[in-house]
Design a protein around this ligand. Structure first.
Ligand code: SIN
Length: 309
């Protein structure tokens, strides 16, 4: 048995580690730092129908325990992604998950259709959870019925598996995950960032031009763990977990909570080699903890769950 391998709908991963949508951009940002072929997969930055310039600067504010961002879905538009950015990843032996965003269901459908035409896209992540845009994003992701309808519409035309990315900015994340599953989602990815704010005492104004931003990084890991634990007990599709993961121990903790793969986000801003170092550290920590394989751990967690009832 491959010690680190994980199989998910549409994805045969050599290990459970992938960059989360955002820090890797559209794949270009860290390509000189290490060989992407070592990654389980790559989730690229969310793509919309037309290019978006994003929110005015400053759109990042670093905190001791995390990062506030209000990028505003900056991207060159789906045609550039399909014709230029995805082909540039062809030399890497790593499945690409393309993240889709938009302001209407029709836009999500159009972008998904175009991305599915690329031979490099092995799965879609539906970003119905961006906290930094006035339309789309949270307005979809916080309403279970809207999530179900959006998932259904995208599933009708998608030719690869669809993972729905959930926002933590809701009262009941379980209801949203169940709605995505009901709409036909093949998997869930969770969690996106937490709507937050920080104020500069000198200017007495918020640091971010958008005023609010999404909080990510170590501060949100316990919240992600709690939500993944709850959601994994309420659905039967797999979860790609994310939220403040920066070490191999964090990865194992997230799998023990109920995730089947783990995405690394903010940790890469501090250390572009975070994914590589985590992949290297995993077998060492697994041996110390008596974990024979990641698939074995996922099965053990699932079985443990069954025995709880
Ligand atoms: C952004 O582009 O504002 C961040 C993306 C997201 O949180 O989904």
């Amino acid at each position: 048995m491959n010690q680190l391998g994980v199989t998910l709908p549409g994805l045969k991963l050599k290990n459970p580690i992938m960059p989360a949508s955002g820090p890797f951009g559209l794949g270009e940002r860290y390509r000189d730092d290490f060989d992407y072929s070592i990654l389980g997969a790559i989730i690229i930055k969310s793509t919309t129908s037309q290019a978006r310039v994003g929110n005015p600067k400053p759109c990042y504010h670093h905190l001791d325990t995390g990062l506030l961002n209000a990028v505003g879905l900056k991207n060159p538009g789906v045609d550039v992604v399909v014709n230029e950015k995805l082909p540039a990843l062809k030399d890497f032996d790593t499945p690409v998950i393309a993240s889709v965003a938009g302001t209407t269901t029709a836009e999500f459908v159009e972008v998904t259709k175009k991305l599915c035409q690329s031979p490099y896209v092995k799965a879609i992540e539906l970003n119905v959870s961006c906290p930094n845009v006035a339309e789309g994003g949270l307005t979809f992701g916080s309403n279970p019925e809207a999530v179900r309808l959006m998932t259904e519409a995208v599933k009708k035309i998608a030719t690869v598996p669809v993972y729905v990315k959930l926002t933590p900015n809701v009262t009941d994340i379980v209801a949203i995950a169940q709605a995505a599953e009901k709409g036909g989602a093949d998997g869930i990815s969770m969690i996106n960032s937490l709507l937050s704010m920080a104020i500069d005492l000198d200017t007495r104004k918020p640091y971010l031009s958008n005023k609010t931003g999404g909080l990510s990084g170590p501060a949100i890991k316990p919240l992600a763990i709690r939500m993944i634990y709850q959601v994994s007990r309420a659905i039967s599709i797999p979860i790609i977990g994310m939220g403040g993961v920066s070490t191999a121990d964090d990865v194992l903790e997230m799998i023990m909570a109920g995730a089947s793969a783990v995405a690394i986000g903010t940790a890469q801003y501090k250390n572009p080699l975070a994914c590589k170092e985590i992949i290297e550290a995993l077998p060492i920590r697994m041996k110390e903890l008596g974990i024979e394989s990641i698939e074995g751990l996922i099965t053990e967690v699932k079985e443990g769950r069954r025995n709880e009832y």
